[in-house]
Design a protein. Structure first.
Length: 324
């Protein structure tokens, strides 16, 4: 068989009774239920098996599925890893280098918790726009109306207001300004102690080594969770080089290496660089089932956890039925 379902995860934690009930993550009990659904309908495979199949050395079983966990959260060590060990199934994990090594918050995750700490998203939009107006004297900026027209476009998971906040603070504003505004809003809505928050949020190198020793795969996911398609070629080369050095150091690159594009963002330079630097495959955020005979090995699509049921008692969804 050549078809592969890749399912992506981010936050997996007890959410309902936590301080951050608005965080866009998977409730731990729902994760357990989804694993039951997956074990009932799929054959979970390792990344080693997937890479061997890409190289024509092995065939995947029918209903093959790969689990992929992005961003290197401590959630993955505390709540995911023990359950996978109990089930005796493998998975792939994609931490960013900087937070894992330096224990510093990434802007992308500051934004997640800013959004999670305020139910009224218009209040966040108002705070963001006020910061933008205040910075207008020092930066060449578009009008608020212009930004909102271009960016306030909902997708299948987020409202227009949430997408607007994310895109403004991810790449629409100048680098220095968006970092300053993100820090100010994180301090206003979340906490002033970023270091303590980061140390609690991210897993560390020793935890990754333990996971690797138990048969889990660890791949590259950027240094600061960059939009690689917004980086010039030399910057991308530096990012991929740093990822490879990190994977070498923790013992994750002895047999093969894989990459997961932050935000699913890449361009032709990215693909060329990671192929040249020895990565065997890369995963996108394009929604779909991978066909190893058709898909470019550096453009593999994935499903999101929300695309599959959270219980083994649920009816099979089309993503599952169409493969049977």
């Amino acid at each position: 068989m050549n078809t592969l379902t890749i399912v992506s995860y981010h936050y997996v934690r007890p959410i309902r009774n936590s301080k951050y009930v608005e965080i866009k993550g998977l409730e731990k009990t729902d994760f357990v239920g989804q694993m039951e659904y997956i074990m009932q309908h799929y054959n979970v495979v390792s990344m080693e098996h997937v890479v061997a199949s890409i190289h024509g050395e092995e065939e995947l079983p029918q209903m093959a599925l790969l689990l992929a966990f992005d961003d290197g959260f401590s959630d993955h060590y505390l709540h995911v890893f023990p359950h996978l060990v109990d089930l005796r199934i493998p998975a792939a994990f994609y931490p960013c280098v900087s937070p894992t090594v330096e224990r510093k918050m990434l802007d992308v995750h500051k934004i997640h918790f800013i959004l999670a700490c305020e139910i009224n998203k218009m209040a966040l939009v108002g705070s963001l726009n006020a910061h933008v107006e205040k910075a207008r004297e020092s930066f060449d900026l578009d009008s608020i109306d212009g930004y909102e027209k271009d960016l306030k476009i909902p997708n299948r998971f987020d409202s227009g207001e949430v997408i607007y906040i994310k895109r403004m603070l991810q790449h629409a504003l100048p680098d220095d300004l968006r970092t300053k505004i993100t820090d100010n809003m994180f301090r206003e809505f979340v906490t002033s102690d970023q270091d303590a928050f980061a140390d609690e949020l991210y897993l560390n190198e020793e935890q990754l080594k333990i996971m690797i020793d138990e048969g889990m795969h660890v791949g590259g996911h950027g240094v600061h969770h960059e939009w690689l398609n917004h980086c010039d070629k030399s910057h991308q080369e530096s990012i991929v080089r740093d990822c490879r050095s990190f994977l070498d150091r923790i013992g994750a690159s002895s047999q093969f290496m894989t990459f997961c594009y932050p935000y699913g963002a890449y361009n032709d330079d990215t693909k060329t660089i990671i192929a040249r630097d020895g990565f065997d495959l890369a995963m996108t955020t394009e929604v779909g089932i991978t066909d190893l005979t058709l898909h470019d090995s550096y453009m593999l699509p994935r499903l999101d956890t929300n695309d599959l049921p959270k219980s083994c008692e649920a009816e099979t969804v089309s993503w599952t039925r169409n493969l049977m």
